[in-house]
Write a protein that binds this ligand. Structure first.
Ligand code: S3P
Length: 178
């Protein structure tokens, strides 16, 4: 069965939704950022600090290329995965793409606690950084099979919507849907 791939900006709920969704579908959950951290033996924040964003993007691309060959997984990407067309092309070749979004205010609020871990938002004006990044990326998040605005939704509700979509689209089989 195809992978289920979550894309979307930071703070839209990709990781929390992905983990719950994988549990519900009894599939493996893969968080691309976590996998990069394991492979590199350090945190995303340190990778940005020591090697710069371009190096991080290269790691991200290599990890996505590997993970795109899996089957049956639920995959949460980092918010910037959409910046490289090749990433989306690879993920799409064996996956259903679900795009999560949220309002700027909700994103700023949800990312506030882990801002120190998010190099692109760890600045004097995180609200401005979110607006600026979203301006650049907005259209890149559009090319998905399903779009869900998670601003006013609990992760469980988002999972229900995704499962319903997957079921209707014939992407699931069996009782658990995995
Ligand atoms: C990034 C998002 C982060 C992480 C890195 C860069 C981005 O992932 O990959 O800090 O460019 O939007 P999350 O969206 O999972 O927080």
């Amino acid at each position: 069965m195809k992978n289920v791939v979550l894309i979307g900006f930071m703070g839209t709920g990709k990781t929390s939704t992905g983990r719950l969704l994988a549990h519900r579908l009894r599939r493996v959950f893969i968080d691309i950022d976590k996998k990069i951290e394991l492979e590199q033996g350090t945190t995303i924040r340190e990778i940005f600090k020591t090697h710069g964003e371009a190096y991080f993007r290269a790691c991200e691309m290599a990890t996505i290329a590997k993970v795109s060959k899996y089957n049956n997984a639920v995959i949460a990407t980092g918010g910037g995965a959409v910046l490289a067309a090749d990433n989306i092309k690879r993920l799409r070749s064996n996956g259903v793409i679900i795009s999560l979004s949220a309002s700027v205010e909700v994103i700023v609020e949800r990312t506030a606690r882990r801002r120190a871990l998010l190099p692109l938002l760890d600045c004097a004006n995180p609200h401005g950084a979110v607006v600026e990044l979203l301006n650049v990326r907005h259209t890149l998040y559009q090319g998905a099979d399903l779009h869900i605005d998670t601003s006013n939704k609990a992760p469980q509700q988002v999972v229900d919507e995704i499962v319903q979509f997957l079921r209707l689209g014939g992407y699931l089989r069996g009782r658990s849907g995995g």
